[in-house]
Ligand binder design. Structure first.
Ligand code: ZN
Length: 64
């Protein structure tokens, strides 16, 4: 068993909000949309692409 996500499959995944490609996080915890700064969590190897349940991801240098 390798990665739970096939690279050919994840390449096809896009943000449901802006339709831009999403990035699989290195720890496989979710898919991130740079455009919307939304993290779509992976739950039980199933990506949750429900916008209302996505987590807003703020840049570390946001509140200087
Ligand atoms: Zn997006």
């Amino acid at each position: 068993m390798g990665d739970p996500f096939d690279p050919e499959f994840t390449k096809l995944l896009v943000c449901p909000k802006c339709k831009e490609p999403v990035e699989l996080r290195q720890d496989l915890s979710g898919f991130f949309c740079r455009n919307c700064k939304l993290l779509f969590k992976v739950e039980g190897n199933i990506p949750n692409f429900i916008i209302e349940q996505a987590h807003r991801w703020e840049e570390p240098h946001g509140n200087g």
